[in-house]
Write a protein that binds this ligand. Structure first.
Ligand code: SAH
Length: 242
């Protein structure tokens, strides 16, 4: 019986992976990876390693979570070192926890190796801090995606609006406008600064700032940041790029 390491690959820059994560990728017998994982990292796999793409484009095809769990189990039975490589951090809107639970329940040893989550890395690239003394002392990482089984959003944006200083939204591209409306209905002014970072560290990357009132179309994958920190970040970035 092998061991499964559930590893975060970081946000997309191949240098933004942990030393431990990279060492595991280089030594793995099998790597099962997401779509948003830097190709350069996969190239460092040892010769003969099995590299399997289990990623899914939004709304697209790919193995189900149950299938991924079963693959992990069967590879662990045959190979010594199995890496399940997630984009960003495996425990932040990844299914790392569920995968580990499935394996542990079946007697497979498993370990988490954290990664830098896109919700913190992408804003940092554009000088935006999640918290900042005197400006923002709390941050929420939230999903903007609806629960398909219930047809309602999992996060109550109206309640969240004034409960935290900075809101970082994952998977919010398709519902950006509705989310902005809910946040305004919850008490945030329309001129609240917003940053949208699309495809950070990947081809087609884009960064823009806007306001809640003007937020419209956003391309997937994107991180949306709402709060005063956006304006502070933009100011510093402007000064540093001069
Ligand atoms: N575990 C990942 C998140 C997986 S959920 C992490 O910690 O980063 C997938 C969502 O993450 C995307 O819909 C998008 O909102 C965000 N995301 C991941 N990588 C991204 C990137 N390079 N640029 C912008 N958003 C990204």
């Amino acid at each position: 019986m092998g061991k499964v390491y559930i590893v975060g690959a970081g946000p997309g820059d191949p240098e933004l992976v942990t030393v431990k994560g990279l060492r595991l990728i280089q030594n793995a017998d099998v790597i099962l990876h997401d779509r948003l994982v830097p190709k350069e990292l996969l190239k460092t796999a040892k010769p003969g390693a099995l590299v399997v793409d289990v990623g899914k484009s939004p709304g697209g095809v790919g193995p189900s979570q149950e299938e991924i769990n079963k693959m992990l189990l069967s590879y662990a039975a045959r190979y010594e070192l199995v890496v399940r490589l997630h984009g960003g951090d495996p425990l932040v809107f990844g299914r790392g926890f569920e995968e580990c639970r499935y394996l542990v329940e079946r007697g497979v040893p498993c370990e988490f190796v954290p990664g830098i989550t896109s919700g913190l890395a992408a804003p940092a690239k554009y000088f935006i801090p999640p918290v900042l003394r005197g400006v923002a002392s709390s941050v929420a990482l939230v999903t903007g995606r609806e629960d398909p089984s219930k047809g309602v959003r999992q996060v109550d944006f109206k309640k969240l609006a004034t409960a935290v200083d900075t809101i970082i939204i994952y998977m919010g591209a398709s519902a950006a406008k509705e989310i902005a409306e809910e946040l305004m209905a919850g008490g945030l002014p329309p001129d609240t600064p917003v940053a949208v970072i699309e495809s950070a560290y990947f081809e087609g990357e884009s960064f823009k700032t806007t306001t809640l009132g003007a937020l419209s179309s956003v391309r997937n994958p994107a991180i949306i940041v709402v709060g005063k920190v956006v304006e502070r970040g933009s100011r510093l970035r402007g000064a540093s790029c001069r």
